[in-house]
Design a protein. Structure first.
Length: 319
């Protein structure tokens, strides 16, 4: 049976080996008016996806007519030209989460992301949020970076705060952690392989500070609520979370940065998917309410992001 090739979108090259099909389904998560009094949060999700994310992220891996060494990029919709095109969240597994992504492509993508992090000033924003809480710290105070990737932002925050923090990072990616250990291990940072959504992980059980950047847009709503609740219980002093904001301005800013700062095809494709899967600030506020963190501080971070911070209460999310 012959399958017609997918349509060509700007910057997305179809595979010379095989083509994929993607089944999309709509999964709508509603917050009751009595519980949150927030706008309805809708998600369009690709459960099978082109590439799978490890089980902790909640995606199923189901390749269709795919070579085991495929270098396909995910197919994405045409570029949005109005805010209406980004009104609904579209959650699609990203290319860099493909477990069969060749190491050289993965390495190039991690380097490209590092340059984008520098331009976004996200590390500076996270460090500034922590700074007022760094006085009178006990010796050996710890900070945990959830979804650390290559550890670049963790290293930047530890350096900027200049408070002698013991830095720990946790991630699901073997490859990203090997890069992190090679680059930042000699400087004293520690990295742990594990699932931050699991009930148990190898990172320190209790830490002074928790940071998390660019992870939420990979997750479903219920996973984000659960993760916020775990951070609220696990941190002793302060929590800071930063991610992309779903908006037309953010879409153009991220796409422009990816085009100017890296030649990585993975970053250029995933930059589109990331913004489409990001949360608006209203949606973030609603998820905080569900997690039992109603007094969190939330504000914009640069042209494309938001930054959330709160003092942990040690309490679980309300049932």
């Amino acid at each position: 049976m012959t399958t017609d090739p997918p349509p060509r979108y700007p910057g997305i090259a179809p595979s010379p080996i095989a083509f994929h099909t993607m089944q999309m389904r709509v999964s709508t998560s509603q917050f009751s008016r009595e519980e949150s009094r927030q706008p309805e949060l809708s998600t369009v999700m690709a459960p099978g996806g082109l590439f799978g994310i490890p089980s902790g992220f909640g995606f199923a891996f189901r390749p269709i007519a795919c070579s085991p060494h495929s270098m396909d990029s995910p197919r994405v919709p045409p570029s949005p030209f109005s805010t209406a095109a980004l009104r609904t969240r579209v959650l699609t597994p990203e290319w860099m989460d493909d477990p069969m992504l060749p190491p050289e492509l993965h390495r190039k993508a991690l380097r490209g992301l590092g340059r984008l992090h520098g331009l976004s000033r996200m590390g500076a924003g996270i460090a500034a949020a922590f700074q007022p809480r760094l006085t009178m710290l006990p010796q050996g105070a710890t900070i945990l970076d959830v979804g650390t990737g290559r550890g670049d932002l963790l290293a930047e925050v530890v350096a900027r705060t200049n408070a002698g923090l013991s830095g720990h990072g946790i991630d699901l990616s073997h490859f990203a952690l090997s890069e992190a250990k090679e680059k930042w291990g000699p400087k004293g940072l520690k990295f742990h392989l594990g699932d931050c959504l699991a009930s148990e992980d190898p990172a320190p059980v209790s830490v002074d500070f928790i940071m998390c950047s660019l992870l939420f847009h990979h997750l479903e709503v219920d996973q984000v609520v659960g993760l916020l609740s775990r951070m609220n219980q696990r941190a002793r002093r302060f929590v800071v979370v930063a991610d992309l904001r779903r908006s037309l301005l953010a879409w153009w800013a991220v796409r422009a940065g990816a085009a100017l700062l890296t030649r990585s095809p993975v970053v250029r494709v995933d930059s589109d998917l990331s913004v489409r899967a990001a949360f608006t600030m209203e949606e973030v506020r609603a998820m905080c309410d569900r997690a039992g963190i109603p007094n969190a501080s939330l504000h914009r971070c640069g042209p494309a992001g938001w930054l959330l911070s709160f003092e942990p209460t040690g309490k679980a999310a309300p049932a």
